[in-house]
Unconditional design. Structure first.
Length: 82
């Protein structure tokens, strides 16, 4: 596992261990400044938040496909924010 993947994994682990208001993880691509974020909300579990205005339809579809590889269907809620 490369160092970026390991840092993401550790960030998600910390998020899940410290769930509650104010805990979130933001992943940003520095050149384009596009980002996604994860949060843990009581009653909703892990939330994947993807700002749809910043992503093309193809990029959004790819992001969803990547998340589906890591999480079982229904385990992750896609929130589209503008």
């Amino acid at each position: 596992m490369n160092s970026i993947a390991k840092r993401v994994e550790l960030g998600l682990q910390v998020l899940l261990e410290n769930s509650g208001d104010g805990w979130f993880l933001i992943l940003e691509e520095p050149v384009s400044e596009k980002f996604v974020q994860f949060a843990y909300e009581e009653g909703q579990d892990l939330v994947f938040d993807c700002p749809t205005m910043a992503f093309s339809p193809d990029e959004l579809k790819k992001a969803i496909e990547v998340m589906n590889r890591f999480f079982n269907s229904g385990d992750i809620l896609l929130n589209s924010t503008n």
